[in-house]
Design a protein around this ligand. Sequence first.
Ligand code: SF4
Length: 302
Amino acid sequence: MTLTDKISRLKREKKAVILAHNYQRPEIQDIADYVGDSIELSKRAKEERDAEIILFSAVDFMAESAAILNPDKKVLLPSQGARCPMAQMLRADEVRRWKRKYPEVPVLLYVNTLAEVKAECDICCTSANAIKVVEALDSDTILFGPDHNLALYVQKKTNKKIIPMPKKGFCPTHVLFQKGDILLLKEEHPDAVVIVHPECTLDVQKVADYIGSTSQMCRYAKELPAKKFIIGTESGLIHRLKKENPNKEFVLAYDGAICPNMKLNTLERIYLALKEEKHQVNVSKPIAKKARKALERMFSIT
Ligand code: SF4
C-alpha cells in the first residue's frame, strides 16, 4: 500500500479533511481535499460539517485561524516547526504599545499573525481584501502590521494614512524577488505577463502588470487570454497554476523563492500526524474569542 493510500484510508477512518495551502509541495496539493489560501481554507473547513479532524498542511498561524473558526474540530499541523517568520515579527505587547501611542487609531492586522496578536486588533485582513477592509474602516488613519510591503501596497491604493507596525515586517521568501531579475526575464519572454504578490518589495511591484494574493493570481492567470506568465510568489503556486492552465506557461521569477517553513510538511509527516493525531493546534478560549471577533469582522466586510 502506498503512502497516499494509507493517508486516504486514515482520512476515511478518522473523518478527516486535508487542507493544503497554495505553497505546499506538489504531492501534498495532489492528495489534499482543498488547495487554496489560508482564509479560503479556513472558511472551507467550516463548511465541512461531517469532518472531525482538519489536517491543515501549512504553517502555524493558518492552522491557528482554522482552530479559531472551527472550535468543535481537532486541527492538526503536520510539522510542529512550521512557523511563519513574518508572523513572529509582531508581538502582542508591541501592538499594545502602538495602541497606547495612537489610542484613537484602529488596528488592522494581516492574517499572518499569531492568535494572541490577532486578539489585540480591531479587524484582520488578507492580501486579497486589505484595500476593501481599509476603505470600510471609519477612520482616516490605520495602524497596519506586520508586512511592510503589503502596507506600502495598500498605502498606494488609498487616501488614508497607513502606519506600518513594526517598521519593517517582511516575508523572507517574497523579498528575494528582485526587480533586475524580472526585467531580465521580461527581455527573455517579451510576451509574458508579470504577476506578483504584494509581499514583494515596492520595486518589484512597480515592474509587475498585476499584483494580487495567490487566489487572485490564480483567477487572473485563468481569465487572461495571455499564454505566458512570470510569477512573483512562493514556488508552490506554480504547480496549481500549471494544473489549472495546462496550455499556459509559468516562469518563476526567482528559482530560490521557496519558503522553508511551508516545505517542512511532507506526505510522511501528514501520514504520521493523522495516524497519531499529533501536533494539535490549541488556542486558549479567551484569545480565540477575541481573535475570532477580528476574523469574523473581516468576513462581514468582504
Ligand atoms: S511564504 Fe512568507 S508569509 Fe508565507 S509562510 Fe512563508 S515566510 Fe510566512
